[in-house]
Design a protein around this ligand. Structure first.
Ligand SMILES: Cc1cc2nc3c(=O)[nH]c(=O)nc-3n(C[C@H](O)[C@H](O)[C@H](O)COP(=O)(O)OP(=O)(O)OC[C@H]3O[C@@H](n4cnc5c(N)ncnc54)[C@H](O)[C@@H]3O)c2cc1C
Length: 236
């Protein structure tokens, strides 16, 4: 783990993926490079009074001169408003890298199952880019991503492309309330996991709401998955 430090970064790009989710790219100004592990987050100063909010880095640790965030606008509090108000060239103050939600260096995790709901995809994207494109990890890596509506999905074409290029990656988007005729899995990630064939020697990485994490953990425990194979990051 790298010790946390203060960083100043400048907004370089902002991509509205859909009305709810925005992808931000920042370029480091001071210091100019950051070392972090895929899955870690930064604490961002979001008000003049010094209020802070945490955001997972969604880019690959291979890129050290900057970082990317995925912001869910829906909570609508001081953090969301801060990001909404940012203009190109604005600088932000961050502290990090923080957190221990990183892929275990565990030879017993023969496979990896990543489970996200909503913006919980952010640190898992960093892990996918890092494990598959940088380290060429040969283990089977499955991404199970739950969203309410198919219209909220983003990055799905990127994940599909990776799954076509890399045999050991599988992408499973699950939609709980499809608006039209959704051709893939319908339901919730919990329902999917209850019915899935689970391998005991798999590392499970869960990211999203406390409710989802509690429910998925309990399903995994009932299915005999040892606790040390279950890792999680709770966003709210
Ligand atoms: C380790 C960590 C990493 C995080 N990474 C990200 C990230 O990559 N992207 C991101 O968008 N957010 C992330 N969050 C959530 C983020 O820190 C803020 O909580 C979020 O942006 C809301 O802040 P706010 O000030 O706008 O709203 P607040 O006023 O703080 O919250 C308003 C309400 O919304 C709830 N809430 C918070 N987040 C969500 C959510 N995603 N969906 C529904 N309700 C929510 C809160 O519990 C609260 O009840 C992360 C949180 C943690 C702890």
């Amino acid at each position: 783990m790298h010790p946390p430090q203060h960083f100043i970064a400048r907004l370089e790009d902002k991509n509205e993926l859909n009305p709810r989710y925005i992808h931000y790219s920042f370029e480091l100004q001071k210091p100019l490079k950051m070392d972090f592990l895929a899955g870690q987050y930064l604490s961002v100063k979001v008000s003049d009074q010094g209020l802070r909010r945490s955001y997972s880095i969604c880019s690959s640790p291979d890129i050290r001169h900057g970082f990317e965030f995925l912001i869910d606008r829906q909570p609508g509090g001081v953090g969301c408003k801060f990001f909404d108000s940012l203009k190109f060239g604005d600088e932000i103050e961050t502290l990090g890298p923080l957190g221990t939600f990183v892929m275990a260096d565990d030879e017993h995790e023969k496979e990896v199952m990543l489970v996200a709901t909503g913006s919980g995809i952010a640190p898992l994207r960093a892990m996918i880019l890092d494990r598959l494109q940088v380290h060429h990890d040969k283990r089977k890596i499955t991404l199970l991503w739950g969203m309410r509506h198919e219209t909220e999905l983003f990055w799905e074409l990127d994940f599909q492309d990776i799954s076509q290029e890399i045999d050991n990656f599988e992408f499973l988007p699950v939609i709980s309330q499809p608006i039209s005729n959704w051709p893939l899995a319908v339901g919730r990630v919990t329902q999917y996991l209850k019915e899935a064939n689970l391998n005991e020697e798999t590392g499970y990485y869960l990211c999203g709401s406390a409710a989802m994490i509690t429910e998925v953990k309990s399903i995994l425990q009932q299915r005999g998955i040892p606790n040390h194979f279950i890792h999680h990051e709770k966003f709210y």
